[in-house]
Design a protein around this ligand. Structure first.
Ligand code: HEM
Length: 675
């Protein structure tokens, strides 16, 4: 066999890299999956295959022998090699695959990071990956052929399968592994003849055969694993719920953490006259939901009724799998940094226009003031309309719809009261307003906004974004201002009740606005470091979306509890915010936890914007908007809490906000507002 340019290139990717690339499903942005298969086993198979190609181990059907314990320098391989070298007794491949499968997660993460570093993959928020077009030719692989790295690997595999070329040893192992996982048929169209060829190739190499057999054995076992070890899920007595101080104060994250401490990471609550809800709380559950949730949990069911209220079907938060990834990918430019930067001046000026109506002595209801303050900018920059006249009603309608059709703490007829019917009509009005300013003539020369992206998606694919979904999607940014406003209310409360932070944030604001409006680098850089960490700490202690509903679509086992198909689950992703082992001294307000070397927020235990595939698409927007509004507020005004002795009480449903008793008093105008 001659060493071609292709094979020289191949050496730059490990077998594991190639296996991961081949298993990636570009449509769903994650790995190809078939019922019962276990990515972890296949990945450990890939590690053993790589170690055998590097002559560190040898394996046949009965044993796995250590040949050379010298480190390979590859962080994905060396810890596994160390484990094998440390074992006093000789074991077979099956033993190692079973034993090492739990470590596969970190190996997959390392491999994905490496492929992103090599610019062969692109990472998207929400734990999605896609192939990077073009990097293959531009970077270190100047000699390679056309297309992406996967095209390259697939071409080699297909030559072995369809053109009867003699496969390289690594290709034999990859074909064996992918075939054992039953994924090969999703990558290539196999007829009877090619299936025979695959079988033949699978037998060509003893290493590949033994590893594939061991993986196959483990896969078969894993099908039955969930029910074999299932423990009964503890039920939280209702009296515990009713007596909890955190629950009474509306602090759901602290309440979930309290329950997890008492009952473990999986527990259930059986509300009277309603179906039981299984709660997942704690760092391991967050990690599981973040990385693996997509295989077992579905978002569609819990929002099915809610989207109907808006006349929609298949709106973004209800999608799963490939459609969901496609939707997110197409909407990403609308939430990108460059779009944000282009809007900074408009945000400053809209915010000031809004504040110009405030006078010293005004007593403003905290919740409404913050929602309107935020919407005065969100509405013009996202959908290019002013909606201040209807936004309070739209927020009330959305809150009621969530309570009646998602949380279930109010009966459904409460959405059909005369007041709510009147508010429902405003949704169509907002849609018409948006459409009327988005004609080609009116948009000529305007910077692109979110509505432009949505409307062009609708025009280009009317099945994917039908007209029936427009009322929801075009009014959603106004509704999102409710969330940002509510988070701002909690942030302002936290600042005013801690004067030392109020002073530091005011100093930052005065410095930032001393010479006019700060540009992007200034408003996101070290000059607002205290403000940024202060907001992060507020979002840890007072996250406004403490948990996310899902339905189990595939029975699975977490922490040895079985989640049965069809069960309603609440991923309490912010319970970790109040756990001592994740955030030491969790009740203390400490903005230094985000500094190196502590950096307690890294990983999936800090989750104010959710976890996994549905992670908030607006998180960058939101963080920037919160900072800008807080800085502008303290630069231009002095504000106090009213009543002075107000003690924070959170309204927890449908999402968290300060309760209606909190007011903000404008006590001084510090800097004039430009006309
Ligand atoms: C403080 C304000 C906000 C918070 C705390 C927040 C939090 C969240 C959370 C926790 C989720 C995940 C829900 C789930 O898993 O079921 C989510 C989803 C989402 N958020 Fe936000 N959000 C905020 C503001 C915004 C804003 C301003 C926008 C848009 C401009 C936005 C756009 C979205 C979208 C589109 C999704 C759905 C993503 C998907 O389903 O793939 N969010 N948000």
């Amino acid at each position: 066999m001659t060493l071609t340019a292709d094979s020289a290139v191949t050496q730059k990717l490990s077998l594991l890299d190639e296996l991961v690339l081949t298993l990636l499903n570009e449509e769903s942005g994650y790995f190809r999956q078939v019922p019962g298969w276990d990515l972890n086993c296949a990945v450990i198979g890939g590690v053993l295959g790589e170690l055998s190609l590097l002559s560190r181990i040898d394996t046949d059907m009965d044993s796995l022998i250590l040949l050379d314990r010298t480190q390979t320098g590859d962080p994905a391989l060396d810890p596994i090699l160390e484990k094998i070298a440390a074992e006093p007794v000789q074991r077979d491949a099956q033993y190692w695959i079973e034993r090492l499968a739990p470590r596969a997660d970190s190996i997959i993460a390392l491999t994905l990071d490496r492929l992103v570093d090599l610019k062969l993959l692109r990472h998207h928020d929400g734990e999605f990956w896609s192939l990077a077009q073009g990097a293959w030719q531009n970077d270190s692989h100047a000699t390679s052929g056309e297309g992406t790295a996967v095209d390259f690997v697939k071409t080699r595999l297909s030559r072995a399968i369809f053109a009867n070329e003699i496969p390289y040893p690594r290709d034999i192992i990859i074909i064996c592994l992918i075939n054992t996982c039953d994924v090969l048929r999703f990558i290539f169209e196999l007829d009877e003849e090619s299936e025979k060829r695959v079988e033949f190739i699978s037998k060509m190499d003893l290493i590949g055969r033994s590893i594939a057999a061991a993986v196959g054995h483990n896969l078969a076992g894993s099908l039955f694993r969930p029910s074999a070890f299932a423990k009964p899920i503890p039920v939280v007595p209702l009296r515990h719920v009713l007596r909890s101080r955190h629950m009474r104060e509306g602090n759901l994250p602290a309440f979930f953490a309290e329950l997890a401490k008492a009952y473990g990471s999986v527990f259930q609550i059986r509300p009277p006259f309603a179906n039981p809800i299984i709660f997942l709380a704690g760092p391991e559950m967050n990690h599981w939901a973040h990385r693996h949730g997509r295989m077992y949990l579905r978002a569609r069911d819990y929002l099915e009724d809610f989207e109907k209220v808006y006349g929609g079907s298949g709106i973004l938060p209800t999608l799963d799998g490939a459609d969901h990834f496609r939707y997110r990918k197409s909407m990403q430019p609308a939430y990108s940094r460059s779009r944000l930067v282009a809007q900074l001046d408009e945000i400053y000026s809209n915010a000031r226009n809004h504040m110009a109506a405030w006078s010293v002595g005004d007593v403003l209801p905290g919740k409404t003031m913050c929602r309107r303050f935020i919407n005065s900018k969100m509405s013009p920059i996202t959908v290019s309309i002013d909606s201040q006249d209807v936004v309070d009603d739209l927020h009330k309608f959305k809150e009621r719809a969530l309570q009646t059709h998602v949380v279930g703490n109010l009966p459904k007829f409460m959405l059909r009261t005369p007041g709510m019917r009147r508010r429902a009509k405003l949704i169509a009005e907002v849609m018409e307003r948006v459409q009327s300013v988005h004609t080609p003539a009116q948009r000529a020369g305007c910077p692109r906004d979110l509505a432009d992206d949505l409307l062009s998606m609708h025009t280009s694919d009317r099945q994917f974004l039908p007209e029936s979904n427009l009322p929801f999607v075009l009014s959603a940014p106004l509704i999102a201002s409710m969330y940002v406003g509510d988070q701002l209310g909690l942030v302002i409360y936290a600042m005013l009740s801690q004067p030392e932070f109020h002073k530091s944030i005011r100093d930052e604001a005065d410095a930032l606005f001393a010479d006019g409006n700060p540009d992007r680098d200034e408003i996101t850089g070290p000059a607002m470091d205290v403000t940024r960490r202060f907001i992060m700490e507020c979002m840890r202690l007072y996250p406004i979306v403490p948990a996310s509903y899902r339905n189990v679509m595939n029975t699975c086992a977490v922490d040895d509890y079985e989640l049965p198909e069809g069960a309603r689950v609440l991923v309490a992703q912010t319970a970790t915010h109040y756990m001592e082992d994740v955030f030491p001294d969790p009740l203390s307000f400490d903005i230094d936890r985000y500094l190196a070397p502590r950096k307690e927020h890294l990983g999936s235990s800090y989750a104010p914007y959710g976890l996994g595939t549905h992670t908030c698409l607006g998180s960058r927007w939101t963080s920037l908007h919160l900072a800008i509004h807080l800085l502008l507020l303290v630069h231009h005004f002095d504000v106090e809490i009213s009543p002075a002795k107000y003690k924070l009480k959170i309204s927890p449903f449908p999402s968290s906000s300060v309760n209606n008793k909190l007011k903000f008093v404008i006590t001084e105008r510090r800097h004039e507002l430009p006309v």
